[in-house]
Design a protein around this ligand. Sequence first.
Ligand SMILES: CC(C)(COP(=O)(O)OP(=O)(O)OC[C@H]1O[C@@H](n2cnc3c(N)ncnc32)[C@H](O)[C@@H]1OP(=O)(O)O)[C@@H](O)C(=O)NCCC(=O)NCCS
Length: 175
Amino acid sequence: MAKKKAASLSQVIMTEMVLPNDTNTLNNLMGGKLMHWMDIVAAIAAQKHSNRIVVTASADSISFKHPIALGNVVTLKAFVTRAFNSSMEVYIEVFAEDIPANKKITTHRAFFTFVAVDQNGRPIEVPEVEPATPEEVELYEGALRRRQLRLILSKKMDPNDASELKAIFDLNEPK
Ligand SMILES: CC(C)(COP(=O)(O)OP(=O)(O)OC[C@H]1O[C@@H](n2cnc3c(N)ncnc32)[C@H](O)[C@@H]1OP(=O)(O)O)[C@@H](O)C(=O)NCCC(=O)NCCS
């Protein structure tokens, strides 16, 4: 694998304003529009880490807890938590800000996985991630379990091979 790169080098911050065309009939941001922005910010982070063309391989469950209102400013922050062979897990945080009211809340968190590909669309190796801050280390350490879970769910991994997940649930331990 190519040499390590700091997680912070992949960080991307994207700012958007919710305009009338982005909203549903309740004047809140449409979920699909937010997912589009999440896909873009995460793809840029994965490109910065790998310096390659990247494709979205998966998006983990996204729940919409707080509506984001028309006129709010939406900030999306993303960085690569961990890289494997050709794939990279990207962590995305979304904040909504009502600037006139001076209110800012975290509205979403999600993990997307991107795969670096060559000109023919074949997966290609990427550098490892070097985490530094406590948040980066925590996300780096959890990334292996999350990878195993998403590969099992997409039928790309046999649950019996998911050693990190098995260790959490002590699946082989007698009760
Ligand atoms: C993503 C893609 C390149 C994977 O290709 P593949 O032939 O399945 O390749 P492999 O099985 O060798 O997997 C390559 C990597 O993708 C990862 N991967 C494949 N499916 C995945 C999934 N559902 N979730 C997370 N990672 C996945 C593998 O774990 C592997 O990672 P690694 O190299 O770090 O170990 C291929 O499925 C693809 O091109 N998909 C379409 C991507 C696209 O168009 N995205 C836009 C959405 S419309």
